[in-house]
Design a protein around this ligand. Structure first.
Ligand code: IMP
Ligand code: MG
Length: 193
C-alpha cells in the first residue's frame, strides 16, 4: 500500500505536518520550562503516541528518561468499550522522586488515561501530569483534563501521526478524517477474514 492509496481514504486534513511541527515545538518549550531541574520521565502510551513521543522528546531541551506502557481500551471499533487492561507495564520501578509525564495521542472519553493515572499515582511519583496531542472535550465521560494539550478537535474519528483505525493509517504524516466508505470497506474486509 503506498501513501497515495492511504491518502485517498482521507476526507479532510485536520492538522498538517507544518501545524503538527509548530504544536510539538510549543509543547516541548513549555515542558522544558516547567520541568527544569526535575527528574522527568516521559511515559508514552503505546501504540498511538509513538510518533508524537519521538518528535516531542526532541523538542524537550532538558535531560529526561523515557518509558512505555501499553493498555487496551479499543477493539477495531471507533468507540470505547470502557474496559482497560495493562498489556505492558513500565520497565522503571523506581518512580518515587520522579516526575511522570504521560504522553498520549488523544484524550477521548478519558477512561484510559484516568485508569492509567490512578495506577501510576499509587506508585508515589513526585508528580504526575498528562500531555496529549489531541483532545476531544465533547466526548468526555470521566472528569479528567490534560495539563498539556496540542490541539482540541471536534468529535470526529481521526487517524495519522500515530493514530489508527483498525491498526491502519498510523504512518500518515498528518492528522486527518477517514471517509465513511473507507471505514465500511475496512470493517467488511476484516469480517471476511
Ligand atoms: P479514551 O479512553 O476513550 O479516552 O480513549 C483513548 C484512546 O482511544 C486513544 O488513546 C486512542 O487509542 C483511541 N481513540 C480515541 N479517539 C480516537 C480517534 O479519533 N482516532 C484514533 N484513535 C482514537
Ligand atoms: Mg492510544
Amino acid at each position: 500500500m503506498n501513501t497515495n492509496i492511504m491518502e485517498n481514504d482521507i476526507s479532510e486534513v485536520l492538522l498538517s505536518q507544518e501545524q503538527l511541527k509548530d504544536i510539538v515545538k510549543r509543547l516541548g518549550e513549555q515542558i522544558t520550562k516547567d520541568y527544569e531541574g526535575k527528574k522527568l520521565i516521559l511515559v508514552s502510551v503505546l501504540k498511538g503516541s509513538v510518533v508524537f513521543m519521538g518528535d516531542l522528546m526532541r523538542e524537550i531541551k532538558i535531560p529526561c528518561y523515557i518509558d512505555f506502557m501499553s493498555v487496551s481500551s479499543y477493539g477495531n471499533s471507533t468507540s470505547s468499550s470502557g474496559a482497560v487492561k495493562i498489556i505492558k507495564d513500565l520497565d522503571t520501578n523506581v518512580i518515587e522522586g520522579s516526575h511522570l509525564l504521560i504522553v498520549e495521542d488523544i484524550l477521548d472519553s478519558g477512561r484510559t488515561l484516568s485508569y492509567l493515572k490512578d495506577i501510576l499515582e499509587r506508585r508515589n511519583p513526585e508528580s504526575i501530569k498528562i500531555c496529549t496531542l489531541l483532545d476531544k472535550p465533547d466526548r468526555r465521560v470521566v472528569d479528567l483534563n490534560a495539563d498539556y494539550v496540542g490541539s482540541s478537535i471536534p468529535d470526529e474519528f481521526v487517524v495519522g501521526y500515530g493514530l489508527d483505525f483498525a491498526e491502519m493509517y498510523r504512518n500518515l504524516p498528518f492528522v486527518g478524517v477517514v471517509k465513511p466508505e473507507a471505514i465500511a470497506r475496512i470493517i467488511k474486509e476484516s469480517d471476511a477474514n
